[in-house]
Design a protein. Sequence first.
Lengths: 200, 200
Amino acid sequence: MIKNLIGRKIILASGSPRRAIIFKKLGLNFSIVKSSIKEKIPESTKPDSFVTNMALKKVKNISKKIDNGLIVGADTVVVINGLILGKPKDISEAKRMLYLLSGNIHKVYTGIALFFKPENILKTDFEVTEVEFKKMDKIEIEEYIESKEPMDKAGAYGIQGIGSLFIKKVNGCFFNVMGFPISKFYDLYKQAQKEIVGAT
Amino acid sequence: MIKNLIGRKIILASGSPRRAIIFKKLGLNFSIVKSSIKEKIPESTKPDSFVTNMALKKVKNISKKIDNGLIVGADTVVVINGLILGKPKDISEAKRMLYLLSGNIHKVYTGIALFFKPENILKTDFEVTEVEFKKMDKIEIEEYIESKEPMDKAGAYGIQGIGSLFIKKVNGCFFNVMGFPISKFYDLYKQAQKEIVGAT
């Protein structure tokens, strides 16, 4: 199934550079078509259904433009004490987020959606990973923000860069924290593939 | 302390491309000087002391050549059912390793050693991470070996590449599995830095 996946034409419905890096590392044959869906987190919502729904919306948004291929969407948020964190709007919000995460355990949710065309098979699911942050001191938070790494990332940190200095422990899928749960994606891909082969 | 670390001249006593990738991503100022130490796993040994000792040997091996800088050594092994796995010698050993890991939980140990010169401060420690593999079928193992990814890696898999398709869960430091426990490294660095500043 590895060769089958690598040979498949994929459309990534996401502008996230981290997701593109993951797809490149896997050697996938993909192109990027950004959806026009904007993330807006409602006051009260469940993170698992929120991210799954967002991923689905992204895929549906571009599905009319695509006749043939596997369209993949994803959406990631950070959850701490029932609070859902998206990307910080500015430096002071990034700082607030880092103070919240420092010395605590939070959860990262990513929803994914796979839409196979022309077979019209849709698969959606989500992954959740626990991340434990070390205590960061004031200077570390300031220096980290100065590095500019926090600004375009859910929860204001990147686990694959300088942020890794402050991660004590990950429990679950690492790539989910980076923005794309590879392992879950592969499971859904295999499920769909069986349906496609079964139907022919 | 982030800026302090990024400004520091580092000598990486390892030929592992994964470690170099990690150092590059962190933006560290480093050069590579490979040690001449060859990994040979004795019949009966404890993995934690083995990897720590290997890391120390690598650092000591090149420390005579270096007058000024932080020398960093590391060594990684995979442990399953008390069996220590290094890099596979050939395809059939890689296959045996993957059959062992498939559907099971194993542990990854990395020892690290930091030698600060001219201060002559030495820090060593190790990190351990649990990794849970999905069940791989025969074709997946064959296709994975064909991809050549397993051949130069402890335990015959790379968690950052195609191997990620088969990882169900990580419990602990992800980068430890990739070959270098960044978070532990930063803790040891900060400890040593305090001693250096305290002594001046």
